[in-house]
Structures are given as structure tokens and as C-alpha cells.
Design a protein around this ligand. Structure first.
Ligand SMILES: [Zn+2]
Length: 228
């Protein structure tokens, strides 16, 4: 009997969705440190362990490379990015403190109800990810926190501010650095304050709320260096 469940469009879409699945699997392993920082990633052994061809694997690896999670070296291959050191963390937060409060203030000044609604929708998605117990769901929370902060940066009206923040891949690096179960509930509360000020068109309030959120976030992630 002919299998009619697979249509032509399914066949056309297949490589991309397979690439997606490989991407999600590798993302989870990188965020949970199952693939250790600096660890070599061999395309051949992924072909064997995941049972897929090289194409979706290379597709996934170049997405992860663009996110700063994977490093490609010519003639050597792929490896997982190192975790941030203390100085890189300090510098990341300096940059965030310069740009993100500005972005939140600008977004508040726009008083755009449609944008506020979208921001609230992102926040709601994050709450559904609350109650983080495993490193895998922690990786998902990182994605949603990134989407929330990226949206504010994109909505500030300054493309250069958005581009600069995009380039540092804040969230994957922070969340890979330190597993902190309470970070998520605290962050949700801080986001709520910020959304309130943005919705009220309170520029100074939105700037302050973002500044406080980033300062607290820094304290949470600095714990990664406390025992060393
Ligand atoms: Zn946040």
C-alpha cells in the first residue's frame, strides 16, 4: 500500500525540521553542560549517536555558532564555547547597564499599546516555564528571558542599541554559567515591575526597574564565582 500520509510539502520541509530537532537536542546538551565547556563536538560521532546525516547536524551547528555557543576552528572542527570568566561577566553587566535601562525608558516613552501587549505575552510564556527543577527547563527559561530582553531592545527605536546587545548573546552565556533555581521566580517579579512602568509610560520608572533587575541578576550570577 502506498503511504499517503507523507505529502510533497512534508518532504520539502523535512531537512529543516530535522535540523531544528538536532538544534534543540544540542542546545539542551550545551546549556546543561552535558557537552562540557571547551569540549570537542565531532560531527561523525553525532551522525552515529543521533542517527541522522551530516546536513542537519551542520545546519544546527552553524545556528549554535551564530549564538556563540559553539566555536568553529578551520581544519579542527567544532567545540563548545568556554564559560565566561569573572572579568567577562563584569564587562557584560557594564554593557547591559549602559544600554538596557535606556532601551526600557525609550520603550515606555513610545506608549505603544500593541508593543506592551506583545511584551506581556512574552512574560506570560516565561511564567509558564516557572518552577524550574532541571537544567533542561532552565535552558528553555534562558531562551524566553532572552526573547523578553531582545523585544525591549528592539522596541527602543535605536537599531544600534539592539545590534550591540544581540552580539553579546547575554542569556545563553549567563544561564550556562550558573544553575540557580531561584533566579527564575525573582526575575519574573522584577519583569513585572518593569512592564508596569513601561505600560504607564513612566520612562524614569522603566529605566530604574531595568537597572535594578540587571543589578540583581548580576548578584545572582556572580554566585558562580563564590566558591572559587
Ligand atoms: Zn530578565
Amino acid at each position: 500500500m502506498k503511504d499517503t500520509s507523507v505529502s510533497d510539502t512534508d518532504l520539502l520541509r523535512r531537512p529543516t525540521s530535522l535540523g531544528n530537532e538536532v538544534y534543540e537536542a544540542l542546545y539542551a546538551q550545551l546549556m546543561s553542560l552535558k557537552i562540557p565547556p571547551g569540549g570537542r563536538i565531532s560531527v561523525d560521532s553525532l551522525v552515529r549517536s543521533l542517527g541522522v546525516s551530516q546536513t542537519p547536524i551542520r545546519e544546527a551547528l552553524s545556528r549554535l555558532e551564530a549564538q556563540g555557543l559553539v566555536i568553529k576552528t578551520h581544519l579542527v572542527g567544532y567545540r563548545a564555547a568556554e564559560q565566561m570568566d569573572r572579568m567577562q561577566l563584569e564587562q557584560l553587566y557594564e554593557l547591559r547597564l549602559l544600554l538596557e535601562p535606556f532601551a526600557a525608558g525609550r520603550m515606555a516613552a513610545r506608549r505603544d499599546a500593541g508593543m506592551v501587549a506583545e511584551l506581556k505575552a512574552l512574560d506570560a510564556e516565561m511564567r509558564s516555564e516557572d518552577k524550574i527543577h532541571s537544567r533542561t527547563s532552565y535552558g528553555e527559561f534562558a531562551k524566553r528571558d532572552a526573547a523578553f530582553h531582545n523585544f525591549i531592545a528592539r522596541s527602543c527605536g535605536n537599531q544600534l542599541v539592539f545590534d550591540s546587545l544581540q552580539r553579546v548573546h547575554t542569556h545563553v552565556h549567563l544561564f550556562r554559567l550558573y544553575f540557580h533555581a531561584r533566579a527564575t521566580t525573582d526575575a519574573n517579579r522584577e519583569h513585572e515591575e518593569m512592564i508596569g512602568a513601561i505600560e504607564d509610560g513612566d520612562c524614569a520608572g522603566a529605566e530604574d526597574a531595568m537597572k535594578r533587575h540587571i543589578e540583581r541578576s548580576k548578584m545572582r550570577f556572580m554566585s558562580a564565582f563564590e566558591d572559587s
